[in-house]
Design a protein around this ligand. Structure first.
Ligand code: AMP
Ligand code: ZN
Length: 704
């Protein structure tokens, strides 16, 4: 018993300092430094010598007990106080906020390029001016915040300043110190360094801040960038602290000590000093930059902070000297912007669209406007309540948004542009296509056309059936379906499979040559082989999306089995709730749907799930494995690779953790590669990854 006790005590005394101990040590140091300054510099002590001694002794004893907390900066290792090391608590007395600060090396802006073409022209100029054809670049996100410079002397943060006009900024040192992401003391720092980067606010912090301001009736910030700038330039540092600002370092000004030789080196150097740096990519080809740009544009909405493009920098600093700078911007870097996601335009009319399920949706007819990289002439208004809530009227100038692949939508009205001639929208009570009286169920936000034979509903369901998500029939796009309906070649879904009898009539249409018709007909034949899960999606059963269709197909295997399943049997299936079950029952109870399925079966559609593939999934090296991809693969795209892993029963994820089984490394891998090395995760080359795939899953294309 005694033995156990001693052992326990010993272990305890060797234990690392807890967070609480660390906090206490921090607090003691701050207080002691503060009192040192009052005593030694200002000659105005606030506490008695005895009280001071007590604080000092407590710190000494904690540092003895936890030697790992000892640092040369601790007041226990120094005597007196330096006049220029002002404790933050006293900064307001000693220093007025926002004094001018001169940047020894100007903080410049960046030139913009708005398209791949412009970017390529920029690269050509760089190649010409350097006389080098092979140039590598570092890509970083272009954070939407404000740039600041942090000056460190002997590793201590001395000055934080804003960019100002590039030459003279404002001294925001005390506010800068309140940022958690800004190190106050650097590890292994050079004698002198000016670190530059971006102060920003996360989307979450921004929303929280605005919600609070709304509650208190204060004016709202327009965007996270304004909120960040406003918060950094506060007279009271406590306010800045409460705003939870963030920081990324990506550049330096002057430096005395070892100097990195390239941007990629600089970023790891800054990271080692204790700065957060943006995730970035080192690329050697223009294509690499273009891919990174496209990838970031896609990921943009899911990032925790706002970015408005990608900054591309020539990697080698030696080339920076060769290229030089213009008055406002360097020639060795460029901001490769994203297409704007919002634009203003005139709302000319509001029409009502009839969806596949009969949903009547108000749609804005717009004066065509370039937004999100395409020209947009229609935008959804979602439902009548939205139109009312946003007070959108015909003739209004509106802000339209198109982010990623999302359907364009009207965000808001520009009220200042109202003339008084705008007309309110009235939701019609009848289906605009077939004239049936619209019905609105209580729990729904949109009215519906209840007529199953409504020409609009028929058109949409055929289009949906043939679409990528459904049977994926190439050549049978929305406009073709429309035309075939008008010509009477199609009346319902099943007629698709009778189109071969209309071959000559189709060929007689304008724009339809022999080859095109034959391609269409063979795509239609091909679609008959799609598995049950795809057919279920294509039929557009309400509540049955891609994932649910897979669950059902895997469980029931054949259309017949699913058709005969009772509501009770359905709800027994994992993930199938009563709502889904009842919707499926309703679908199959409908005589028309049963007839359609019968006809499709007779037309030769497969109606079963690929059991074979399921069997293979049982035994393979990727089954159940967590796989992360980084870099560019040469034989397939990232999403193809991830899909393969999924089909083989593995789990593709996007970040490396200790749970990760494999990290597959392609060309120009990102930071995940380093992380995998550190975490000791098994790393696979592309070839090794492919060798793990069952034969029939391997890419047919040869490696480039
Ligand atoms: P502009 O706002 O058009 O003057 O563009 C230049 C500004 O982009 C710089 O002053 C920085 O504040 C900002 N910026 C954001 N992210 C980066 C980055 N990764 N590298 C350099 N500058 C950046
Ligand atoms: Zn209708």
């Amino acid at each position: 018993m005694e033995g156990i006790m001693t052992c326990w005590v010993n272990r305890r005394s060797r234990m690392a300092a807890s967070e609480e101990v660390k906090k206490r040590v921090e607090k003691l140091r701050k207080e002691i430094i503060y009192h040192n300054y009052l005593y030694y510099v200002l000659n105005a002590p606030e506490i008695s010598d005895a009280e001071y001694d007590q604080l000092f002794r407590e710190l000494v004893s904690l540092e003895e007990r936890y030697p790992e907390l000892k640092t040369p900066e601790s007041p226990t290792q120094k005597v007196g106080a330096r006049g220029d090391e002002i404790p933050p608590q006293l900064a307001h007395l000693v220093q007025k906020p926002f004094e001018p600060v001169t940047h020894a090396i100007p903080m410049l802006s960046l030139d913009n390029v708005l398209s791949e073409e412009e970017f390529r022209e920029w690269v050509e100029r760089v190649q010409r001016d350097t006389g080098r054809s092979e140039i590598d670049f570092v890509c970083e996100p272009k954070l939407d915040g404000l740039s600041v410079e942090l000056v460190y002397e002997d590793g201590f943060l001395k000055v934080a300043s804003t960019r100002g006009d590039g030459v003279t900024g404002e001294n925001v040192t005390e506010n800068g110190r309140t940022l958690k992401a800004v190190p106050k003391i650097l590890k292994g720092a050079p004698e002198y360094i000016e670190v530059r980067g971006e102060v920003y606010m996360t989307k979450k912090a921004f929303e929280k801040l605005n919600a609070m301001r709304e509650e208190e009736g204060e004016p709202l910030f327009v965007n996270p960038r304004n909120a960040a700038a406003g918060s950094l330039r506060q007279l009271d540092p406590a306010v800045t602290r409460s705003r939870s600002l963030d920081f990324f370092a990506y550049a330096i000004g002057q430096i005395r000590g070892t100097t990195p030789k390239s941007q990629i080196e600089l970023l790891s150097f800054l990271k080692a000093l204790g700065f957060p740096v943006p995730e970035h990519k080192h690329v050697r080809r223009i294509e690499g930059v273009v891919e990174y740009h496209a990838e970031m544009e896609k990921r943009r909405r899911n990032l925790p902070f706002e970015i408005d493009g990608v900054v591309v920098k020539v990697n080698e600093f030696a080339l920076w000297d060769v290229l030089g700078t213009r008055a406002r911007s360097p020639k060795w870097a460029v901001a490769y912007k994203f297409a704007p996601e919002q634009a203003r335009t005139k709302l000319q009319d509001i029409i009502v669209q009839v969806g596949r399920t009969g949903a009547l949706t108000p749609v804005a007819v717009l004066e065509p406007v370039y937004v999100g990289g395409v020209t947009v002439s229609y935008a959804t208004l979602h439902n009548p309540d939205e139109v009312r809530r946003k007070d959108i009227r015909i003739g209004d100038v509106v802000v339209v948004q198109r982010a990623g692949d999302v359907i364009p939508e009207v965000v808001r009205v520009v009220e200042g542009e109202r003339t008084g001639k705008e007309k309110e929208f009235v939701m019609p009570e009848k289906c605009p296509v077939c004239g049936s009286k619209a019905v609105k169920e209580e729990e729904e936000v949109v009215p519906r056309c209840p007529n199953l034979d409504c020409p609009a509903r028929v058109e949409r369901s055929i289009q949906y059936f043939a679409s990528k998500r459904g049977m994926d029939i190439e050549g049978l796009g929305e406009s073709t379906v429309k035309e075939f309906l008008e010509r009477g070649f199609l009346k319902s879904i099943v007629d698709i499979y009778a189109l071969k009898e209309k071959k000559d009539s189709i060929m007689a249409l304008e724009g339809w040559g022999k080859k095109k018709v034959e391609n269409l007909l063979s795509a239609i034949e091909e679609s008959k082989k799609r598995p049950l899960s795809r057919l279920l999606v294509a039929l557009g059963i309400r509540q049955v999306g891609e994932r649910m269709a897979e669950v059902l197909a895997r469980r029931f295997r054949t259309m017949d089995a699913l058709m005969e399943a009772t509501e009770e049997e359905l709800t027994k299936v994992e993930d199938v709730g009563p709502k889904v079950a009842s919707s499926i029952r309703q679908f199959f109870a409908d005589e028309k749907n049963r007839r359609l399925l019968d006809e499709l079966k007779r037309a030769g559609l497969k109606m079963t799930e690929d059991v074979e593939e399921e069997e293979r999934v049982r035994e393979n090296p990727l089954l159940g494995k967590i796989v992360v991809f980084t870099g560019t693969l040469s034989t397939m795209s990232r999403s193809e690779a991830e899909n393969l892993v999924k089909r083989l029963g593995g789990h593709p994820t996007s970040s490396v953790s200790r749970k990760t089984d494999y990290v597959v490394v392609g060309e120009e891998p990102g930071s995940k590669y380093e992380k995998a090395l550190r975490a000791g995760v098994k790393i696979l080359s592309e070839e090794e990854f492919i060798s793990l795939l069952p034969e029939e899953f391997r890419p047919k294309r040869a490696s480039r």
